[in-house]
Design a protein around this ligand. Structure first.
Ligand SMILES: Nc1ncnc2c1ncn2[C@@H]1O[C@H](COP(=O)(O)OP(=O)(O)OP(=O)(O)O)[C@@H](O)[C@H]1O
Length: 290
């Protein structure tokens, strides 16, 4: 595991790793209006693993995912995927390899869900060609995998937040990416749908896909991610196996809360419990019946 305090000395950065399968970011920086939002970020997300990208509000998770996806290319540093320099990859080649499920992606297209998911096939077909039977089959399977088959004929604009989120996932699956980036893919979902989405990510990783997902729910990350990259103020604070990063000494200072870690009775994975930092040292008041 690599670790450093938010304002401490530089942590070891990921190397270029051009021969490794998966994603490597090295000294990635991005800023706006003279403010550095990503400050020399280095991370590794291996192929075949689900890597969780965690950090408080405004720490830079979305900016980092957009930098990796090439939407806001890094202003400094390197992003390498399966040995290729991602920002310099031709756009169409990159669109075949990389899908990004954005947080609250726009959904005001007056199209059916099936057609919206078919958009994921565009990078895979010849320019100006319509969707083939094969494209339609891939889109159908993507809808099925995302648990959204029942929505196929609905107009996207009429969907609830959770339904839209499943459709965004389906569109990314239809893209058949080798690198799947997700920004809070579960924030509108009920618990069953959250677990379904994380299961889909696991199955993709089992197929060799590189999965990097920003998550706010630390317990969902603890239950579902192989590795965690934790960022704060645009810098990596800790990175490594979930059970090594999700520990009170690391989580408490980054989020400013009291944190206890228990062990899940069924899975053996960490379960985190939180309290306001000020409550940690306060004496517990006995509860008196009214
Ligand atoms: N285009 C921009 N102009 C100005 N500030 C920006 C811009 N893009 C991002 N920021 C700022 O950069 C910081 C990081 O934003 P980002 O959306 O990456 O954080 P995040 O970790 O994804 O946050 P959250 O968990 O709240 O979604 C925030 O303070 C945000 O206001």
């Amino acid at each position: 595991m690599t670790r450093r305090p938010p304002s401490g000395a530089p942590a070891p950065q990921a190397g270029s790793g051009r021969n490794t399968a998966g994603l490597t970011a090295d000294r990635v920086s991005w800023g706006v209006d003279g403010r550095l939002i990503l400050d020399g970020v280095g991370l590794e997300a291996p192929a075949g693993a689900v890597t969780g990208l965690l950090g408080p509000n405004g720490s830079g998770k979305s900016t980092l995912l957009r930098a990796i996806a090439g939407i806001r290319p890094p202003q400094g540093g390197e992003v390498v995927f399966d040995g290729d320099d991602l920002p310099r990859m031709p756009r169409r080649t990159r669109a075949r390899a990389v899908a990004l499920v954005e947080q609250d992606a726009s959904t005001d297209l007056p199209v059916t869900v099936h057609d919206a998911v078919l958009l994921g096939r565009i990078p895979h077909r010849p320019l100006l060609a319509g969707a083939s039977e094969q494209d339609r089959g891939v889109a159908r399977r993507a809808l099925e995998r995302a648990g959204a088959t029942g929505l196929a004929d609905r107009e996207v604009t009429t969907l609830s937040g959770g339904e839209r989120q499943r459709v965004h996932l389906a569109r990314a699956l239809a893209q058949t990416p080798r690198l799947l980036l997700l920004d809070e893919p579960t924030n509108h979902l009920d618990i069953s749908a959250q677990l379904h989405t994380m299961r889909v990510l696991r199955l993709l990783a089992d197929d060799g896909v590189t999965v990097l997902s920003a998550l706010h729910d630390l317990n969902l990350a603890a239950a579902s991610c192989d590795r965690i990259v934790l960022i704060a103020d645009g810098r990596v604070v800790a990175a490594g196996p979930a059970q090594e990063v999700l520990v009170p000494e690391i989580i408490s200072p980054v989020y400013g809360v009291h944190c206890d870690v228990l062990t899940h009775p069924r899975t053996g994975r960490p379960v985190l419990s939180f309290a306001p930092a000020s409550a940690a040292s306060a004496p517990t008041q006995p509860v008196r019946p009214g």
